[in-house]
Design a protein around this ligand. Sequence first.
Ligand code: NAP
Length: 557
Amino acid sequence: MGKSGSHHEVVVIGAGVGGIYQIKRLVDLGIDATVLDAAPDLGGTWYWNRYPGARFDSESFTYGYSFSKELLAEWHWKERFSGQPENLRYLNHVADKFDLRRHMQFNCTVEAAHFDETANLWRLRIADGREITCRFVVMALGLLSTPTLPRYEGMDDFKGRSFHTFYWPHEPLDLTGKKVAVIGTGATGIQVIGEIGDKVGSLTVFQRRPNWSAPLNNGPISVEEMAAIRARYDEIFATCARTPGGFEHEPDRRGFYDVSREERLALWDKLYDEPGFGIWLANFREIFMDEKANAEMSEYIADRIRRRVKDPATAEKLIPRDHGFGVQRVPMETRYFEVYNQPNVRLVDISETPIVRVTETGLRTTEGDHEFDVIVYATGFDAITGAFDHMDIRGIGGQTLRDKWRDGPSTFLGMMINGFPNLVMPAGPQSGSASTNYPRGIETGVDWCTELLKHVRERGYVRADATPEAEKRWTEHVTKMYATMLMRKAKSWFTGYNSNVAGHEQGSIRYFVYNGGAPKYVNTIRHVAASGYEGIDFSAGARPPTAAVAGASMAAS
Ligand code: NAP
């Protein structure tokens, strides 16, 4: 299967936030490793998503890496929630500062990864025909890296420009005076709509289901404020490590029903005007689990929407009815609701008048034809497992991961998969990293995987594989935690729903994330490591030679 290429001890797939930190750890340990990424350059999410309005919803200073004091001391985050161009500059700065770029290969799509049981190697097939072998493979694929498009008839007929937000053009795109359609009102749609509403000729938003969203309240960070943040970094990261979501926002520990309605309103009024996820994560914990508490909170946010949108009928359309506030990740907005007060902006409710097809000039709904110059698909991702499904990954006995995960993922700690030895996922499905402030989880996950690789190398093992029992226990544990969460009732990517992906349309739940909070997750994985990796089978044997083995054929695997 393919021309023989190089051999490395470790191959990291993905040069995003996770892959960059992973290669840093490996290089520091003197381990021969390379990063492969399909993109023309590093940055992952922040390389691709260049749509107007793309920015962090984590406070910038809690999103940056914490591993280097020098890096923390020199980087100035200019906005509380930094935008995509700056975020990409930051990741490039990190790669250049630590000279990591020379360990990365771009335009390098990994089509297949097969475990060669005889040689105890992973054989990777690259789209350019090369074969790269490695002892360990680190899947740093990203949670939201496989964009999905609707399956409308006529999508290729449109004569204007159309693209998914993930593929927003890299060259400047002047939307002045243009007739623009945005399909989708998730976190991405909400960001792009809020940003372009007053810059385009006309904007028509096609909304199937509205999302609850609340103000981001972004602002600049002055030199003085940044100095104060730098002085506080230890405390900031300690707080992030202590909170369930890996943020500085800590849940309100008072019982929802132990305080008066006035006290609840006072908290919500305060949080609504504060920056970031406070309104979601510094709220009462009951809103995630108790229908009545959730309904009261949802009604509070609904009233805020009614106060901000002038046309009552439009306001009602923007209020979700099928799920309560906070049971899915809350999109943070900037001027989103006010956009609908502009005369050039129109909301089309496609739950009432569905899109029938794309035409040469625009979109046809059951209500009639709409003409556009540009159609923007803000239609989301084949989340969490999509990037794995797109690769032909085969483990012991030729078992494919796609088959194993057909009805949903099963993992050990969200970082290993039984039957797929020497493959680790620093932020895989069912890991705690997937449900927290991403880089905080990433650093923990990468550190854990790196320590495991060290353990295997130092003891001369040739294989590390999660046991079936450990995987079953973990998957049941992850599954059980959904039972108390209202989240299980919401159709969102967090529960595996995507109307554009075969098998994911019905919203039959997939147990994608660990919901026990970051501190509990970190304790668990550290305990596993401290116990000598209970739940992982190690096998000894002759270490495979390096370059010579690379020459063996993937065809045999
Ligand atoms: P999303 O939340 O899955 O939203 C996709 C939107 O497209 C939904 O409104 C969906 O409607 C609509 N849609 C999908 N297929 C459609 C179809 N065939 N016809 C009509 N409408 C369709 O995706 P996203 O907005 O890209 O956000 C995904 C995640 O990315 C977020 O939850 C967040 O974690 C992350 N994100 C983060 C930031 C940030 O601030 N850092 C920004 C953007 C995204 P339905 O709801 O009816 O399916």
